[in-house]
Design a protein around this ligand. Structure first.
Ligand SMILES: *Cc1c(COP(=O)(O)O)cnc(C)c1O
Length: 397
């Protein structure tokens, strides 16, 4: 693998091939795992999903139960269906996140109340949550921004003091821990995404996790039409009852086989991400008006989905120019997230938008650039990204 990578890098240096922002990393083992399922008679309801759930739970630790689902959005929807929130209920939702975090609340008919983030981590804190609390608040929907874990002990204490349920959107935080606890294990439910450019991929896919056995039991039914017993629990084949209004959010065996093989390499991928992040960070050290978003707490372990670099005044006005120059130099970029969720048309039209309420989330959307650190980025690529970004920023006027 290492030598194959070096070869790719030499070719890239010669041709100036672009370093993509995100690329799935699929090996021969993974292709074989999927093909083996195709050769078997079981394509769903099978041993691959069960094994993936157990292996993911073991990877996380903390005694959680895991349930494979079709996406992180599906996992979020199930989390709120299980709670039964609806009209009249407020949920504190991170303003700086993927729309899925808010959409799941919105689909229930509950009202998302958007919460600003800490400008250094991009995460909500017990303090920003407290400031947004309303008399009708029943729950919290937070995200571990770009894999930087929230301060869950403080947020858990705030939630317990106010009798609030916590759903953690862990779509970008496979491997991220705070004080030794994996993201998704301190809240009441956690949701993961296996979309192609995330830490692990199953094409499309996700995982619902919870430390409450009774929640797992109910979500297991809700993800499969609300049917009361699985195939193995039926004494008469084909005989079952439906006590719940469920959905079909089941993952297939092909996806689970791919996910298991990806999970087996998760540690290696996380190490690559951490090394790439550190290399780019070193190159940006000491450049004025540049802020790298990262954890600020010694208890936090970042899972390094990407590196978000904030351009502070007077550089902030030059973000478009920086992105254009980096892309021209073959450095792929993205923006996380392009708008704070309350500024997205759907939410702005429905609830109105008051820019002064989310200054830090707004700065991230309007003045940051996201750089690639994924396992497809070699050590030489990371050096190239670091020098290119540093030189380009120094040249901005
Ligand atoms: C990607 C992402 C999602 C959506 O995940 P899907 O699996 O595509 O539904 C949700 N939340 C966050 C924070 C994400 O990054």
């Amino acid at each position: 693998m290492q030598s194959a990578d070096s070869q790719i890098v030499t070719e890239r240096a010669a041709t100036g091939d672009p370093i993509h922002f995100g690329r799935p990393w699929i090996t021969e083992d993974e292709r074989r795992a999927v093909l083996e399922v195709l050769d078997s008679p079981i394509l769903t309801h099978g041993p691959q999903c069960a094994a993936f759930e157990e292996e993911f739970a073991a990877f996380m630790g903390g005694g959680v139960e895991c349930l494979t689902v079709t996406s992180c959005m599906a996992a979020l929807h199930l989390a709120w269906l299980e709670r039964g929130i609806g009209p009249g209920d407020d949920v504190l939702v991170a303003a700086q996140t993927h729309v899925a975090t808010a959409h799941a609340v919105e689909w229930m008919g509950a009202r998302p109340v958007f919460v600003d983030c800490d400008p250094r981590t991009g995460n909500v804190t017990a303090e920003t949550l407290e400031r947004a609390l309303t008399p009708d608040t029943r729950a919290i929907a937070l995200v571990h921004y770009l894999g930087i874990p929230c301060d869950m002990p403080a947020i858990r204490a705030f939630a317990d003091a106010n009798d609030l349920w916590i759903v953690e959107d862990c779509a970008l935080s496979v491997g991220a821990t705070f004080d030794g606890a994996h993201t998704g294990t301190v809240g009441d439910a956690g949701t993961f995404s296996f979309y192609p450019v995330k830490h692990l991929t199953t094409g499309e896919g996700g995982m619902f996790v919870t430390r409450h056995p009774e929640v797992a039991k109910k979500v297991r039914k809700l993800r499969a039409f609300g049917i009361d017993r699985s195939h193995t629990e039926r004494t008469v084949p084909g005989m079952y009852d439906v006590p719940e209004l469920g959905l079909n959010y089941r993952m297939s065996e092909l996806q689970a086989a791919l996910g298991r093989a990806q999970l087996a390499r998760a540690r290696e991928a996380l190490d690559r991400r951490a090394a790439n992040f550190a290399a780019i960070r070193r190159a940006l050290d000491g450049i004025p008006h540049v802020r790298v978003i990262d954890s600020t707490d010694a208890r936090a372990v970042n899972s390094h989905y990407c590196m978000s670099v904030v351009l502070e005044a007077p550089l902030a006005a030059h973000r478009g120019e920086l992105i254009a120059k980096l892309n021209r130099a073959g450095v792929g970029t993205s923006i996380y997230y392009p708008q704070p969720v309350p500024r997205m048309s759907y939410y702005r039209d429905k609830y109105g938008y008051d820019a002064s309420r989310w200054p830090n989330a707004t700065e991230l959307s309007d003045a940051s650039v996201a750089l690639p650190v994924g396992p497809h980025v070699t050590a030489a690529d990371a050096e190239r990204i670091g020098t290119t970004v540093a030189d380009t920023i120094r040249g901005l006027r």
